[in-house]
Design a protein around this ligand. Structure first.
Ligand code: AVJ
Length: 363
């Protein structure tokens, strides 16, 4: 626990390890010794991840209809494929969000006056830099809190930010944003912190079903004190043809991303899926205002999942849902925020109204 001195409280035995004594040894980061500028709270171990995948796969593959949650797309290959998706001509959300943020980031810094940036989800992106630069320019920035399930992603983010932002300390949190939000470091654990800006970008909130989304926003709201702000990125409802194209690109990258969940299950749970035995399917559900990705079994087949001692059969043309991606309107978001005690104080969208950023404060 060397070097973690002032930040460590009694949240748990894994909390407050420092790069150089903790995570670097397991993820191969070339950190030299201990670094008092980086603290890591670890609320998730590799074994938790394996247990969660096993539970989700057992539940999802024995349900009718079968279903798999989208969070399991993102192993190293899946993250690489998602990165490729963000550069596809059909996949507009990433570019639209970056353009919006570029235009409003100074206003966000001025409105939030935050000294602490808490980023839910990967913290290595260009968008993180935009926010950090604007907060640094405003003169308040003291601390960066990246929060992610993936310790490798977090370590990379922590080290990059440490090296590029000399005055900033990093308090990384390894956790699942659906389970561990209540363990975000409060200002009591962030020396010198007064105002926190929590950002959740990319439209990932759209992957949550309505009830999950309500729970997520409720626990997020419970974490916010007066003076804190929340910035949320959401994709917007639009012409269904464009939406379907964004999830069914002509180069087939999204199809490979979708099938990758089968490879993840093969590798991590000793299963024998043949990814070519499943076709990529994309549908627009107008009633729910969401895109669905599914995998369709191209033949009758039986799959063994060794680690679960489970055998599952798929009928020819049987479809299994792998993701929903909800598309919002401003009115709907305003109402959903209000329902959990959040007031939307500012809204930015791109000229085509493809994507939006909402700035919220506790109501
Ligand atoms: C990053 C989760 C928001 O739903 O658009 C991209 C993931 N899935 N193409 C989305 C995704 C298929 C993406 N999110």
């Amino acid at each position: 626990m060397t070097g973690s001195s002032t930040d460590v409280t009694d949240v748990g035995s894994d909390v407050g390890s420092v790069l150089g004594t903790g995570i670097d040894s397991r993820v191969g980061i070339a950190a030299t010794g201990t670094d008092p500028r980086i603290v890591v709270d670890r609320h998730l171990a590799a074994s938790d991840r394996a247990a969660a995948l096993a539970a989700d796969v057992r539940t999802g593959l024995t349900a009718d209809p079968k279903e798999l949650p989208p969070k399991w797309f993102y192993d190293a290959t899946g993250s690489m494929l998602f990165d490729a998706i963000t550069r596809l001509p059909e996949y507009y959300p990433t570019r639209a969000e970056r353009a919006i943020l570029t235009g409003c980031v100074q206003e966000i810094a001025a409105m939030s006056r935050a000294d602490t940036l808490i980023e839910l989800g990967s913290g290595t992106s260009a968008k993180t830099r935009l926010l950090l630069d604007a907060l640094r320019h405003s003169g308040h920035l003291r601390r960066f809190v990246p929060f992610d399930v993936d310790e490798t992603v977090l370590s990379r983010a922590a080290i990059a930010v440490r090296d590029e932002y000399p005055g900033v300390t990093i308090h990384a949190v390894v956790g699942d944003f659906e389970r561990h939000l209540d363990l975000l470091p409060g200002i009591d654990r962030l020396p010198g912190a007064k105002r926190r800006l929590v950002v959740f970008l990319g439209g990932t909130i759209g992957n949550l079903a309505p009830a999950q989304r309500h729970d997520f926003l409720t626990s997020l709201r419970a974490q916010l004190n007066e003076g804190d702000t929340l910035l949320l990125g959401t994709d917007l409802a639009k012409n269904p043809d464009r939406l379907v194209a964004a999830y069914d690109d002509s180069a087939g990258v999204t199809a490979a991303f979708n099938r990758n969940v089968l490879s993840v299950i093969n590798h991590e749970l000793d299963a024998d899926f043949d990814p070519r035995g499943f076709a990529h399917v994309v549908c627009w559900d107008a009633a729910n205002s969401w895109i669905e990705m599914r995998l369709r079994s191209v033949r009758d087949q039986r799959i063994q999942i060794g680690a679960l001692d489970l055998s599952v059969s798929f009928a020819e043309n049987e479809q299994m849902r792998t993701e929903i991606s909800t598309k919002f309107t401003r009115d709907r978001l305003t109402a959903e925020f209000a329902a959990v005690g959040l007031a939307m104080v500012r809204w930015w969208s791109d000229p085509a109204d493809d994507f939006a950023l909402s700035l919220c404060v506790p109501a």
